[in-house]
Structures are given as C-alpha cells and as structure tokens.
Design a binder for this molecule. Structure first.
Ligand SMILES: [Zn+2]
Ligand SMILES: [Zn+2]
Length: 355
C-alpha cells in the first residue's frame, strides 16, 4: 500500500529516530521503533511505536497509526553544513541603569519565590543571528527563509530582535574570529531546534491550514462517494430476479465498504501531513554590551540566584529558559534541586537529581 512518497517519509522518519538513539527494526511496509524516554516525552508518543503499514505486527494498543498526526508536524530535521560564521560587534548609545525591578515584574512570574536585585553591572554578551532555509513537505511543498536571534549564553530565543537588527542604520563592526566563538556557536545551535519550531509556526501556518482544509475537503468527498456507493449497491439488491449467489456476493462487498473507506482516509491523512527540513544558510555572532542583573530568589530556606540580562536592543530582559525543555518561559518554577523549569517540566523534573 505504501506509495513512493510514503517510503520517502519512512526513510526520513527512520533517519530522524535513528539519529536520536532509537532502536529500530524494519519489517515489510514499515518499521518498529523503541524510543529513549526523553525522545518519547519530547514527541509525546509511546516509547514503542510502529511507523507505516503492518497492522498484523502484533503491537496492538501500542501501535502508532497514520502520518497525519501532530507527531510528524513536530519533527524538524536540522542539517548543519559548514556555513560561514561572521563575528561582529554592535555599539549602543545608552545603557539603562535603573528600573529593572519593574521590568522583572512585567516579564516574569516566579512561582512561590520572591526576589530582589543583588547587583547589576555592564558586560558583553554574544547573540547568534541565524538564517535558515526551510522546506515544508506535504502534498505540496513550501520553502522560504526564517531568521532568529538567540542569546549564546543561555540559549534563549529573543523574539522581535531580528527585525530591530535588520534596520540598515544599525552599525555593525566586523571582528576577527574571537576565542570562544565556536563554543558560543555550538551552544546556541544546541538550543536552536526548540526555538525554530516557534519561529516557524507563524511562517508555516497558512501552508498547514491549507493542507488541513484540503484534507477535510478530500475526506468529505471520499465519504460522500462511499455513502452513495453503498446506497447504490443496496438499491441494486431490490431488483427482482437476482440469484442468491449474486445477492450474497453484493452483500459481502457492501459490508467491506467501511473498512475500505477507513483505509483510503488514512492514505489521505498521510498525503497531507507535513515534514519540515531546515538548513542554516548564514550565521552572525554579534557582541553587544548589556546589563547583567544578579537576582536573588528565596522561598523559606531555599535560595537561588539567577543572572538576568537587560538587552539594549529590545529594551527588555532576555527571556529565561527552562532547563528541562529549553523553551522560553514567563512563569518560572523550581524543583527541589532548584532547577529552573516551565510548568510542564515542573510536574516531573527531567534533570533528576543532578545538574
Ligand atoms: Zn520545560
Ligand atoms: Zn530538578
């Protein structure tokens, strides 16, 4: 039943899961995968899944059926070749020195903890401006560019910063390659995937909606077709003079129609699901003077110090990042080991007892 394009998807998924440590076993028409716990959490699927056909592989209850689920939409393949990395610095006219308490109150909510500013000081922070070419594949293909800025120290994604930096009046001074640039690049890149999903969401939204609409339209047509087919077949049984064999044969065929419809609907599901591939095409490390704020939080005997960064380009504090999933967070929770977590990672800290 697998068409050529489905096999392409199979291979794509196979490589994706293989690269992330899944144990895989092929069988005719698909494969089974045993995922590491972290990966199954990330993709929100069971640890034991089945991709492709093979309803008879004996994995009832654990089977993962169909491509058109959010599962595939979540997958991003990031392919990094050797792209030129340019280093530069950006001067700013003015660095704010007061009013950080208000900004902290506006931007963050610390669950159960209260905080106060212990110290502030100016320093330089590197940001990565990353430009990527993306290809979203479904029944049709959409491609384009997506650009985003990350704080190289924390891995936070800074929404809105690309637009401000694109202002031609911004004066970047090129720097020779700096010590530590490679590390900064790697650290930022390690955080890129989770943020790319967010940066791409708006970009791909119309495409995704169009695929969804077409799926719904085709599925409705398909159902209509099968309903009228069923009506016709039932009606033909009312004709006088049919042999018993013919009647039995037609009844059997009619009984098989719902199953056939379900299969065709699955095919449509696969046809309109979306896989996204992202290839970075340009990168720039930008050194910017910032204000670092040492912020001390406490709840009873628990104490935690965070270092926050005031970003003079966006005129706001850089987002705080969840240590569990790497997403930007507004509502900040702490586990008993004082890891900085989002509300969903807080339910079960993914970092366990260690760092
Ligand atoms: Zn999290
Ligand atoms: Zn923890």
């Amino acid at each position: 039943m697998n068409s050529k394009s489905d096999q392409g998807l199979d291979q794509f998924l196979f490589r994706f899961l293989e690269n992330r440590g899944a144990l895989l076993e092929r069988y005719e028409g698909g494969f089974e995968a045993l995922l590491p716990e972290a990966l199954s959490d990330l993709l929100k699927v069971p640890e034991h899944i089945r991709i492709g056909d093979g309803a008879d592989s004996g994995l009832n209850g654990q089977a993962f059926a169909g491509y058109g689920s959010p599962f595939l939409d979540r997958i991003l393949e990031i392919v990094c070749g050797n792209i030129p990395l340019v280093s530069c610095r950006l001067e700013v006219d003015y660095l704010k020195s007061r009013g950080f308490d208000r900004l902290i109150g506006e931007q963050f909510r610390f669950y159960k903890f209260t905080g106060r500013i212990e110290a502030t000081g100016t320093t330089n922070v590197h940001y990565l401006l990353l430009q990527c070419h993306y290809v979203a594949q479904s029944d049709e293909q959409k491609e384009g560019l997506v650009r985003l800025v990350l704080n190289c120290e924390t891995g936070a994604y800074i929404p809105g910063m690309v637009e401000i930096l694109s202002d031609p009046k911004r004066d970047f001074q090129l720097l020779p390659k700096q010590l530590g640039d490679d590390l900064r690049w790697e650290n930022a890149l390690a955080h890129t995937k989770v943020h790319l999903e967010e940066a791409l969401r708006g970009e791909i939204y119309p495409f995704r909606e169009s695929m969804r609409r077409r799926f719904r339209r085709d599925a409705a047509n398909l159902e209509e077709y099968y309903h009228s087919l069923k009506r016709e077949m039932e009606k033909s049984l009312e004709k006088p003079g049919l042999s018993e064999d013919l009647i039995r044969d037609r009844k059997e065929k009619t009984a098989l129609l719902p199953e056939e419809l379900a299969r065709k609907r699955d095919d449509l599901f696969q046809k309109y699901s979306i896989a996204v591939r992202v290839v970075p095409s340009a990168a720039r490390l930008i050194r910017i003077p910032v204000v670092k704020i040492i912020y001390r939080l406490s709840a009873g005997k628990s104490q935690k110090t965070l270092s926050l960064i005031y970003n003079p380009v966006t005129h706001s504090l850089d987002p705080i990042v969840c240590q569990g999933c790497g997403k930007n967070i507004r509502d900040i929770y702490f586990c008993p080991h004082l890891h900085v977590l989002c509300s969903s990672c807080h339910k079960k800290c993914p970092l366990g007892n260690g760092e």
